[in-house]
Design a protein around this ligand. Structure first.
Ligand SMILES: [Zn+2]
Length: 138
């Protein structure tokens, strides 16, 4: 991809990032539990009906992992936040990919330019000792 095309793509990513709403990292897990009380429906040997579902949100932020229960009425909103975070993450990862590629290509182009310049100078350089060499270098 051309540098200009990649830069245009980055502009598109920035525009999308601005539109991202509420977000949070992590994953939501549905859980069912057994309370352990005798005669409870959850401990029925033939047809156990566990308690729940309970929704547990787990995430890692700045190296610290956290886990918390989410109220049933918040599950929809949290799912949306998690989806928004995935979009955010995908866009920023793509931005970094493009930024690295652009930086590399610019570096290579510059290196090529410098190399051809040096080669041109070498070719133009007159024999050693000539007093004119200083003037031609200007
Ligand atoms: Zn129970």
């Amino acid at each position: 991809m051309q540098i200009q095309k990649m830069e245009k793509r980055i502009e598109g990513i920035k525009a999308k990032l601005v539109r991202i709403g509420e977000m949070r990292p992590g994953s939501l897990n549905k859980q069912f539990t057994v309370c352990g009380r005798s005669n409870c429906r959850c401990g029925d040997p033939k047809n156990p009906k566990k308690h729940g579902p309970y929704y547990q949100l787990s995430y890692v932020h700045q190296g610290k992992s956290t886990s918390q229960y989410i109220q049933k009425e918040w599950v929809g909103a949290v799912r949306l936040q998690l989806a928004n975070y995935k979009t955010f993450k995908a866009l920023t990862t793509e931005w970094v990919d493009l930024a690295l590629t652009i930086a590399k290509e610019k570096f290579l182009a510059d290196k090529e330019r410098l190399t051809s310049k040096t080669q041109a100078l070498k070719q133009k350089k007159p024999s050693i000792g000539g007093t004119k060499s200083r003037d031609t270098a200007k």
